[in-house]
Design a protein around this ligand. Sequence first.
Ligand SMILES: Nc1ncnc2c1ncn2[C@@H]1O[C@H](COP(=O)(O)OP(=O)(O)OP(=O)(O)O)[C@@H](O)[C@H]1O
Length: 358
Amino acid sequence: MIEFDDVVKTFPDGTTAVDHLNLTIPDGAITVLVGPSGCGKTTSLRMINRMIDPTSGTIRIDGKPVGDTDPAELRRGIGYVIQAAGLFPHRTVVDNVATVPVLAGTSRKKAREQARELLDRVGLAPHLADRYPVQLSGGQQQRVGVARALAADPPVMLMDEPFSAVDPVVRDGLQQEFLRLQGELGKTIVMVTHDIDEAIKLGDHVAVFAEGGRLEQFCPPDQLLADPGNDFVSGFVGRDRGYRGLSFSSAEHLPVEPADTVVEGLRLALDGDGRALGWDGDGSTGGRLPTEGTFTASDTMRRVTDLAILSPAGAAVRVDASGRVDGLVRHAVVAEHLRTRQLERLRSHGRSTAGAEG
Ligand SMILES: Nc1ncnc2c1ncn2[C@@H]1O[C@H](COP(=O)(O)OP(=O)(O)OP(=O)(O)O)[C@@H](O)[C@H]1O
């Protein structure tokens, strides 16, 4: 657990980068610090490993003030990944990853072996391990940066805009791999980004900062979307937060109608195994129409809504684990389900009108 206890950072020129920050970062989860440029995210991150010391207040890791720990010793237990990876240009990829273990006393041979395993784990092709960083793409360098931070197996990882230097498609791939890796490793990760979508996708918890280094809200991403605490957070989270919030709603309790229900004059055609073939009409629709995909009860409401919108019948097709159709959901049912849930949510937060202070 990493605790910020009334932490202030004022730089010598009088800039207050972090203003009375109180924040408890849980173990084994990803906490994302997000906010507009200059709001103190990086300063907060760097105070954890003492690259910057606070003006007042205390930061503790597992109850121990970081100010009482020697910075070099502190950093051995804290991996650090920065934008554009920050690799040593004159060392090969494998030696970049092996550097810290060698400094810590592991033999070079053993450290290189472990480095190759780690590079494999972060999804870098084996033949790239003997190249120099300049011979890799931005996304590949980023993977090496993550592998290097993991090499000392630190319980805590600090990541400053780790995926921002690559294009959106590569970034999406890196984010997915990162979530997969974290699912295996369960590190305590603190990540900085200015991208609210990245924060919502990756964070188990999201801390929204405003200009002047003030923490505005700290909560899980679904709560941030459903119930932004004030106008600043609401504006920062964006206008389509309702739709994006569907990614966090399960389709599990959605009522379904029988698969043979005629919807808008269309009936779902099934093969001998009960799999969807498409929608058949009375001939006026010009042949069989596509279902545009199916969902299972463990999918999200976003998936179901998308399918219902795309469906020529206006109904999403649900299948069981073996792919057999077991029901239909019309978009009117999706809309009613969402409306009821939102009403329950507002009531449980004690808010009778949307937009009131939560
Ligand atoms: N060494 C310094 N001296 C003076 N002011 C500084 C120093 N480092 C940072 N600042 C200021 O402190 C504030 C917070 O900076 P910080 O880098 O923490 O913001 P940030 O939220 O990470 O921004 P960005 O997303 O642009 O990286 C900014 O106003 C910045 O100009």
